[in-house]
Design a protein around this ligand. Structure first.
Ligand SMILES: [Zn+2]
Length: 105
């Protein structure tokens, strides 16, 4: 069933990129993370993690641009978090529907 998860992930990437993802991006969650990391400065990468609280809308953007977070990286960060959550739940669903592997003899 692993191929199903990879396929689902590629569909999501395709929807996002408008083209079939080539070998430039890794498979699975890692590829999505790479994609969003490539759009953000390194100092903002940690905000792609679900468990990291976002800066408030009006605080200075953590990327160092001196613009407000709201007007700078917030949309990309929120979109990235949403995509990552989406893929995680697709992967979890695919894993849940996977028949248990037969016992080895
Ligand atoms: Zn920024």
């Amino acid at each position: 069933m692993q191929h199903v998860a990879v396929h689902l992930h590629r569909i999501v990437l395709f929807k996002h990129l408008g083209r079939w993802p080539g070998p430039a991006l890794a498979h699975g969650l890692a590829g999505i993370e790479q994609l969003y990391r490539s759009k953000l400065k390194q100092s903002v990468h940690r905000f792609l993690e679900e468990e990291v609280a976002l800066p408030s809308k009006n605080s200075p953007c953590p990327c160092g641009s001196k613009a407000r977070f709201q007007r700078c990286c917030r949309n990309v960060v929120r979109e990235g978090r949403g995509r990552l959550a989406e893929i995680r739940s697709l992967l979890a669903r695919a894993a849940a529907s996977r028949p248990s592997s037969p016992a080895k003899h």
